[in-house]
Design a protein around this ligand. Sequence first.
Ligand code: A3P
Length: 323
Amino acid sequence: TDNESGFLYNKYKDTLTTLPKEKGWLSESMFLYQGFWVEEGSVISAVDVMASQDSFQALPTDIYLATLPKSGTTWLKALTFAIVNRTRYNKTNSLSTDHPLQCLNPHICVPFLGMDSSHFPPSTNVDRHSPRLFATHIPYTSLPQSILDSGCRIVYICRSPKDVLVSLFHFTNKVRDKSLGVMTFEEAFEMFRKGMMPFGPCWDHLKGYYKAALERPLEILFLTYEDMQKDTVNNVKRLAEFLGYPFTQEEEVEGVVHEIVKLCSFETLKEVNKHGMVIADLPNDAFFRNGKVDDWTNHLTNEMSQILDEITKEKFDGLDISF
Ligand code: A3P
Protein backbone atom coordinates (compact mmCIF):
# COMPACT_ATOMS: atom_id res chain seq x y z
CA THR A 1 0.00 0.00 0.00
CA ASP A 2 0.98 3.65 -0.32
CA ASN A 3 1.30 3.93 3.44
CA GLU A 4 3.67 1.00 3.66
CA SER A 5 5.82 2.15 0.77
CA GLY A 6 5.92 5.66 2.20
CA PHE A 7 7.06 4.21 5.50
CA LEU A 8 9.77 2.14 3.81
CA TYR A 9 10.92 5.07 1.72
CA ASN A 10 11.36 7.16 4.86
CA LYS A 11 13.21 4.31 6.51
CA TYR A 12 15.64 4.11 3.56
CA LYS A 13 16.10 7.86 3.58
CA ASP A 14 16.91 7.67 7.31
CA THR A 15 19.45 4.94 6.68
CA LEU A 16 21.03 7.11 4.01
CA THR A 17 21.75 9.88 6.51
CA THR A 18 23.81 7.44 8.59
CA LEU A 19 26.06 6.34 5.69
CA PRO A 20 29.54 7.67 4.86
CA LYS A 21 29.20 10.22 2.07
CA GLU A 22 31.60 11.52 -0.57
CA LYS A 23 31.51 13.65 -3.67
CA GLY A 24 30.23 11.63 -6.63
CA TRP A 25 31.34 11.29 -10.24
CA LEU A 26 28.02 11.90 -11.93
CA SER A 27 26.28 13.79 -9.14
CA GLU A 28 26.83 15.70 -5.90
CA SER A 29 27.18 12.65 -3.71
CA MET A 30 27.72 8.95 -3.31
CA PHE A 31 27.13 6.80 -0.23
CA LEU A 32 29.03 3.83 1.14
CA TYR A 33 26.39 1.12 1.51
CA GLN A 34 27.35 -2.43 2.54
CA GLY A 35 30.96 -1.81 1.55
CA PHE A 36 30.28 -0.28 -1.89
CA TRP A 37 29.80 3.27 -3.19
CA VAL A 38 26.39 4.01 -4.61
CA GLU A 39 25.96 7.23 -6.61
CA GLU A 40 22.90 9.35 -6.47
CA GLY A 41 23.27 10.08 -10.18
CA SER A 42 23.81 6.46 -11.15
CA VAL A 43 21.22 4.14 -12.73
CA ILE A 44 19.96 3.22 -9.30
CA SER A 45 20.38 5.05 -6.04
CA ALA A 46 21.16 3.60 -2.62
CA VAL A 47 17.47 3.89 -1.79
CA ASP A 48 16.63 1.81 -4.89
CA VAL A 49 19.18 -0.81 -3.81
CA MET A 50 17.61 -1.01 -0.34
CA ALA A 51 14.13 -1.20 -1.86
CA SER A 52 15.05 -4.03 -4.22
CA GLN A 53 16.73 -5.91 -1.37
CA ASP A 54 13.49 -5.69 0.61
CA SER A 55 10.96 -6.36 -2.06
CA PHE A 56 12.31 -7.62 -5.37
CA GLN A 57 10.99 -11.06 -6.32
CA ALA A 58 13.16 -13.04 -8.71
CA LEU A 59 11.82 -15.89 -10.87
CA PRO A 60 13.85 -19.05 -11.48
CA THR A 61 13.70 -18.33 -15.22
CA ASP A 62 15.12 -14.80 -14.90
CA ILE A 63 18.50 -13.86 -16.33
CA TYR A 64 20.64 -11.22 -14.61
CA LEU A 65 23.52 -9.41 -16.26
CA ALA A 66 25.80 -8.15 -13.52
CA THR A 67 28.58 -5.66 -14.15
CA LEU A 68 30.56 -2.84 -12.75
CA PRO A 69 29.75 0.31 -14.77
CA LYS A 70 31.85 0.73 -17.93
CA SER A 71 32.82 -2.95 -18.11
CA GLY A 72 30.75 -4.02 -21.11
CA THR A 73 27.18 -3.77 -19.80
CA THR A 74 25.77 -2.38 -23.04
CA TRP A 75 27.45 -5.05 -25.15
CA LEU A 76 26.33 -7.87 -22.86
CA LYS A 77 22.77 -6.52 -22.84
CA ALA A 78 22.69 -6.48 -26.63
CA LEU A 79 24.16 -9.98 -26.99
CA THR A 80 21.89 -11.55 -24.39
CA PHE A 81 18.79 -9.88 -25.79
CA ALA A 82 19.72 -11.00 -29.31
CA ILE A 83 20.48 -14.58 -28.25
CA VAL A 84 17.40 -15.15 -26.12
CA ASN A 85 14.97 -13.53 -28.56
CA ARG A 86 16.51 -14.75 -31.80
CA THR A 87 13.56 -16.80 -32.98
CA ARG A 88 11.16 -13.92 -32.42
CA TYR A 89 13.04 -11.65 -34.78
CA ASN A 90 14.24 -14.23 -37.22
CA LYS A 91 12.70 -13.97 -40.66
CA THR A 92 13.69 -16.21 -43.55
CA ASN A 93 16.75 -17.55 -41.79
CA SER A 94 18.42 -14.27 -41.23
CA LEU A 95 17.87 -11.76 -38.45
CA SER A 96 15.18 -9.41 -39.64
CA THR A 97 16.05 -5.85 -40.44
CA ASP A 98 13.45 -4.58 -38.00
CA HIS A 99 15.26 -6.10 -35.04
CA PRO A 100 14.76 -3.94 -31.91
CA LEU A 101 18.53 -3.47 -31.63
CA GLN A 102 18.47 -1.77 -35.01
CA CYS A 103 16.48 1.10 -33.56
CA LEU A 104 16.60 0.89 -29.75
CA ASN A 105 19.47 1.35 -27.35
CA PRO A 106 20.34 -1.95 -25.58
CA HIS A 107 19.56 -0.17 -22.32
CA ILE A 108 15.95 0.12 -23.47
CA CYS A 109 15.80 -3.56 -24.47
CA VAL A 110 17.15 -4.77 -21.12
CA PRO A 111 16.29 -2.64 -18.07
CA PHE A 112 18.27 -2.29 -14.87
CA LEU A 113 16.82 -4.08 -11.87
CA GLY A 114 15.23 -1.58 -9.51
CA MET A 115 14.98 1.16 -12.07
CA ASP A 116 11.63 2.82 -12.50
CA SER A 117 9.89 0.67 -15.12
CA SER A 118 8.06 3.69 -16.51
CA HIS A 119 11.28 4.51 -18.34
CA PHE A 120 10.83 1.48 -20.54
CA PRO A 121 8.43 0.77 -23.35
CA PRO A 122 6.20 -2.17 -22.42
CA SER A 123 7.23 -4.21 -25.43
CA THR A 124 10.53 -5.48 -24.10
CA ASN A 125 9.79 -7.59 -21.07
CA VAL A 126 6.26 -8.74 -21.72
CA ASP A 127 6.69 -11.89 -23.77
CA ARG A 128 5.73 -14.43 -21.16
CA HIS A 129 7.44 -17.19 -23.08
CA SER A 130 10.85 -15.65 -22.75
CA PRO A 131 12.75 -15.20 -19.51
CA ARG A 132 12.86 -11.78 -17.91
CA LEU A 133 16.17 -10.05 -18.56
CA PHE A 134 17.61 -7.59 -16.07
CA ALA A 135 20.94 -5.90 -15.65
CA THR A 136 22.36 -4.83 -12.33
CA HIS A 137 25.46 -3.15 -10.94
CA ILE A 138 24.66 -4.36 -7.42
CA PRO A 139 27.64 -6.23 -5.93
CA TYR A 140 27.19 -9.96 -5.35
CA THR A 141 27.04 -9.66 -1.57
CA SER A 142 24.25 -7.08 -1.77
CA LEU A 143 22.01 -8.81 -4.32
CA PRO A 144 18.40 -9.27 -3.25
CA GLN A 145 18.19 -12.63 -1.49
CA SER A 146 15.46 -13.88 -3.83
CA ILE A 147 17.90 -13.74 -6.76
CA LEU A 148 20.35 -15.98 -4.91
CA ASP A 149 17.60 -18.34 -3.74
CA SER A 150 15.80 -18.64 -7.06
CA GLY A 151 18.65 -20.51 -8.77
CA CYS A 152 18.35 -18.26 -11.81
CA ARG A 153 21.28 -17.50 -14.06
CA ILE A 154 23.66 -14.61 -13.62
CA VAL A 155 26.23 -13.50 -16.17
CA TYR A 156 29.03 -11.24 -14.99
CA ILE A 157 31.34 -9.37 -17.30
CA CYS A 158 34.39 -7.55 -16.00
CA ARG A 159 37.10 -5.44 -17.57
CA SER A 160 40.64 -4.41 -16.78
CA PRO A 161 40.45 -1.84 -13.94
CA LYS A 162 42.63 0.63 -15.86
CA ASP A 163 40.26 0.62 -18.83
CA VAL A 164 37.26 0.91 -16.52
CA LEU A 165 38.83 4.06 -15.07
CA VAL A 166 39.45 5.58 -18.50
CA SER A 167 35.98 4.71 -19.75
CA LEU A 168 34.30 6.08 -16.63
CA PHE A 169 36.34 9.27 -16.81
CA HIS A 170 35.13 10.01 -20.36
CA PHE A 171 31.57 8.95 -19.61
CA THR A 172 31.49 11.22 -16.56
CA ASN A 173 32.57 14.29 -18.45
CA LYS A 174 30.10 13.51 -21.20
CA VAL A 175 27.01 13.06 -19.02
CA ARG A 176 27.53 14.75 -15.66
CA ASP A 177 25.63 17.87 -14.83
CA LYS A 178 27.45 20.94 -16.15
CA SER A 179 27.16 22.57 -12.72
CA LEU A 180 29.65 20.01 -11.39
CA GLY A 181 32.33 21.23 -13.79
CA VAL A 182 34.79 19.13 -15.76
CA MET A 183 36.56 16.30 -13.94
CA THR A 184 40.31 16.10 -14.47
CA PHE A 185 41.96 12.74 -15.07
CA GLU A 186 44.06 13.19 -11.91
CA GLU A 187 40.89 13.65 -9.89
CA ALA A 188 39.34 10.56 -11.47
CA PHE A 189 42.48 8.53 -10.76
CA GLU A 190 42.61 9.59 -7.10
CA MET A 191 39.01 8.60 -6.51
CA PHE A 192 39.33 5.34 -8.42
CA ARG A 193 42.44 4.14 -6.58
CA LYS A 194 40.66 4.69 -3.28
CA GLY A 195 37.84 2.49 -4.51
CA MET A 196 35.48 5.41 -4.95
CA MET A 197 33.50 4.86 -8.12
CA PRO A 198 29.85 3.96 -8.68
CA PHE A 199 29.50 0.43 -7.20
CA GLY A 200 33.22 0.32 -6.45
CA PRO A 201 35.74 -0.55 -5.19
CA CYS A 202 36.28 -2.03 -8.63
CA TRP A 203 38.42 -4.90 -7.31
CA ASP A 204 35.96 -5.95 -4.63
CA HIS A 205 33.05 -5.96 -7.08
CA LEU A 206 34.92 -8.20 -9.45
CA LYS A 207 36.22 -10.50 -6.75
CA GLY A 208 32.75 -11.02 -5.28
CA TYR A 209 31.35 -12.38 -8.54
CA TYR A 210 34.54 -14.24 -9.39
CA LYS A 211 34.39 -16.24 -6.18
CA ALA A 212 30.65 -16.80 -6.51
CA ALA A 213 31.13 -18.12 -10.05
CA LEU A 214 33.69 -20.64 -8.78
CA GLU A 215 31.24 -21.82 -6.13
CA ARG A 216 28.16 -21.87 -8.37
CA PRO A 217 29.38 -22.49 -11.92
CA LEU A 218 25.98 -23.63 -13.19
CA GLU A 219 24.34 -20.42 -12.08
CA ILE A 220 27.04 -17.82 -12.60
CA LEU A 221 29.09 -17.28 -15.74
CA PHE A 222 32.17 -15.07 -15.44
CA LEU A 223 33.33 -13.32 -18.61
CA THR A 224 35.91 -10.66 -19.34
CA TYR A 225 35.62 -7.82 -21.84
CA GLU A 226 39.08 -8.65 -23.09
CA ASP A 227 38.24 -12.32 -23.81
CA MET A 228 35.04 -11.24 -25.53
CA GLN A 229 37.06 -8.94 -27.77
CA LYS A 230 39.70 -11.58 -28.51
CA ASP A 231 37.24 -14.30 -29.49
CA THR A 232 33.73 -12.94 -29.73
CA VAL A 233 32.25 -15.89 -31.64
CA ASN A 234 33.28 -18.60 -29.21
CA ASN A 235 32.34 -16.54 -26.19
CA VAL A 236 28.92 -15.79 -27.66
CA LYS A 237 28.41 -19.53 -28.16
CA ARG A 238 29.46 -20.13 -24.59
CA LEU A 239 27.07 -17.46 -23.39
CA ALA A 240 24.17 -18.93 -25.39
CA GLU A 241 24.86 -22.39 -24.01
CA PHE A 242 25.06 -21.15 -20.45
CA LEU A 243 21.76 -19.29 -20.82
CA GLY A 244 20.07 -22.45 -22.05
CA TYR A 245 19.76 -21.19 -25.63
CA PRO A 246 22.56 -23.09 -27.42
CA PHE A 247 22.96 -22.56 -31.15
CA THR A 248 21.95 -25.58 -33.19
CA GLN A 249 24.28 -26.95 -35.80
CA GLU A 250 21.85 -25.71 -38.40
CA GLU A 251 22.01 -22.19 -37.00
CA GLU A 252 25.78 -22.29 -37.00
CA VAL A 253 25.84 -23.35 -40.62
CA GLU A 254 23.37 -20.60 -41.49
CA GLY A 255 25.67 -18.03 -39.87
CA VAL A 256 23.30 -16.98 -37.08
CA VAL A 257 26.14 -16.65 -34.57
CA HIS A 258 28.02 -14.29 -36.86
CA GLU A 259 24.91 -12.27 -37.51
CA ILE A 260 24.34 -11.77 -33.79
CA VAL A 261 27.98 -10.82 -33.29
CA LYS A 262 27.66 -8.28 -36.09
CA LEU A 263 24.32 -6.90 -34.91
CA CYS A 264 25.82 -6.33 -31.44
CA SER A 265 29.21 -5.12 -32.59
CA PHE A 266 30.55 -1.78 -31.43
CA GLU A 267 30.44 -0.41 -34.99
CA THR A 268 26.81 -1.38 -35.62
CA LEU A 269 25.53 -0.20 -32.26
CA LYS A 270 27.46 3.05 -32.43
CA GLU A 271 25.89 3.82 -35.78
CA VAL A 272 22.35 2.91 -34.66
CA ASN A 273 22.72 5.00 -31.50
CA LYS A 274 24.38 8.09 -32.87
CA HIS A 275 21.28 10.24 -32.22
CA GLY A 276 18.56 10.41 -29.61
CA MET A 277 18.31 9.82 -25.92
CA VAL A 278 18.15 6.71 -23.74
CA ILE A 279 16.20 8.54 -21.07
CA ALA A 280 15.70 12.19 -20.17
CA ASP A 281 19.21 13.63 -20.33
CA LEU A 282 21.29 10.60 -21.21
CA PRO A 283 22.32 10.63 -24.88
CA ASN A 284 22.31 7.30 -26.75
CA ASP A 285 25.86 7.76 -27.97
CA ALA A 286 27.32 8.12 -24.43
CA PHE A 287 27.66 4.34 -24.27
CA PHE A 288 29.79 3.98 -27.39
CA ARG A 289 33.15 5.72 -27.17
CA ASN A 290 35.87 3.65 -28.84
CA GLY A 291 35.40 0.12 -27.51
CA LYS A 292 39.08 -0.77 -27.43
CA VAL A 293 41.23 -2.84 -25.11
CA ASP A 294 44.15 -1.06 -23.38
CA ASP A 295 43.12 2.51 -24.11
CA TRP A 296 44.55 3.21 -20.64
CA THR A 297 47.99 3.41 -22.26
CA ASN A 298 46.86 6.75 -23.73
CA HIS A 299 45.81 8.18 -20.37
CA LEU A 300 47.81 6.84 -17.43
CA THR A 301 51.30 7.96 -16.49
CA ASN A 302 53.81 5.21 -15.63
CA GLU A 303 53.39 6.05 -12.01
CA MET A 304 49.60 5.82 -12.13
CA SER A 305 49.84 2.53 -13.96
CA GLN A 306 52.22 1.12 -11.36
CA ILE A 307 49.99 2.18 -8.50
CA LEU A 308 46.98 0.44 -10.02
CA ASP A 309 49.04 -2.65 -10.85
CA GLU A 310 50.11 -2.88 -7.21
CA ILE A 311 46.54 -2.63 -5.95
CA THR A 312 45.33 -5.18 -8.50
CA LYS A 313 48.11 -7.60 -7.58
CA GLU A 314 47.36 -7.33 -3.92
CA LYS A 315 43.57 -7.55 -4.26
CA PHE A 316 43.63 -10.46 -6.72
CA ASP A 317 46.33 -12.40 -4.91
CA GLY A 318 45.72 -16.12 -5.38
CA LEU A 319 42.98 -15.62 -7.96
CA ASP A 320 43.34 -16.62 -11.59
CA ILE A 321 42.17 -13.35 -13.14
CA SER A 322 44.05 -11.71 -15.96
CA PHE A 323 43.15 -9.14 -18.58
P1 A3P B 1 35.12 2.76 -23.86
O1 A3P B 1 34.74 3.96 -23.08
O2 A3P B 1 36.48 2.23 -23.48
O3 A3P B 1 35.00 2.94 -25.33
P2 A3P B 1 29.21 -0.06 -20.25
O4 A3P B 1 28.37 -0.60 -21.35
O5 A3P B 1 29.40 -1.04 -19.12
O6 A3P B 1 28.77 1.28 -19.82
O7 A3P B 1 30.67 0.08 -20.84
C1 A3P B 1 30.93 1.03 -21.84
C2 A3P B 1 32.18 0.62 -22.58
O8 A3P B 1 31.88 -0.46 -23.47
C3 A3P B 1 32.69 1.76 -23.46
O9 A3P B 1 34.09 1.59 -23.49
C4 A3P B 1 32.02 1.44 -24.77
O10 A3P B 1 32.64 2.04 -25.88
C5 A3P B 1 32.14 -0.07 -24.81
N1 A3P B 1 31.14 -0.71 -25.69
C6 A3P B 1 29.86 -0.36 -25.87
N2 A3P B 1 29.25 -1.16 -26.75
C7 A3P B 1 30.19 -2.06 -27.15
C8 A3P B 1 30.17 -3.14 -28.09
N3 A3P B 1 29.07 -3.45 -28.76
N4 A3P B 1 31.30 -3.85 -28.23
C9 A3P B 1 32.42 -3.52 -27.56
N5 A3P B 1 32.50 -2.50 -26.68
C10 A3P B 1 31.40 -1.78 -26.47
